[in-house]
Write a protein that binds this ligand. Structure first.
Ligand code: ZN
Ligand code: ZN
Length: 186
């Protein structure tokens, strides 16, 4: 297990918070987006600013982190390939358990352990940010909710040209096929 780098932009030091349940701290930060923050077709550009507002709250088992993050996501419409650029705001909440509770229980599940843990009072926001961004994104982003996509015949973007049509007079060979009885086509 690699230890956290306290200088990494998404690693927070919770030492100042103390461990008295109920103590709270507000944190506001802007961090450069890590690589691959999002999904293949829509993501936050690496290095672009992610604004994060957090409340850290000491509870019995660890530190409860509640926050919102805002960033600009870019990608393209899965129907017409038009570039998409929009603001994304995500909210998240996660309990980071004190790492000393790990001792005493033999736990070799390692990476399979879903519990977020503090490491030497440091917490890593990146996995939390990554999960909440991915969850907030549509699987198939569209430039507009009813994007009509591309013309199957010429590839024109139909949203730009709603009355788009082709003359029925296409290649005469296709016209001949169209007259065939569908039963005979196999
Ligand atoms: Zn589109
Ligand atoms: Zn067309």
């Amino acid at each position: 297990m690699t230890s956290l780098d306290p200088r990494a932009p998404l690693v927070l030091d919770t030492r100042e918070l103390g461990r008295r349940p109920g103590s709270q701290r507000e944190v506001t930060l802007t961090a450069p987006a890590p690589a691959d923050l999002g999904i293949e077709v829509l993501s936050v550009t690496e290095g672009s600013p992610v604004d994060i507002d957090l409340r850290l709250e000491a509870v019995m088992e660890g530190v409860l982190v509640t926050g919102t993050a805002t960033a600009v996501v870019e990608g393209e419409c899965t129907r017409c390939l038009e570039p998409i650029r929009e603001d994304l705001e995500v909210t998240f909440q996660e309990l980071f358990v004190y790492d000393d509770t790990r001792h005493g229980q033999q736990d070799d599940s390692g990476e399979d352990d879903e519990t977020s843990r503090l490491e030497d009072d440091l917490l890593d926001l990146e996995p939390l940010l990554r999960d909440s961004v991915v969850l907030a994104l549509p699987f198939q982003p569209l430039c507009q909710p009813d994007c009509p996509g591309l013309c199957p015949e010429c590839g024109a973007r139909l949203a730009d040209d709603p009355d788009h049509a082709h003359d029925a007079a296409v290649d005469p060979r296709w016209a001949a096929l169209a007259e065939l009885d569908p039963e005979d086509q196999n």
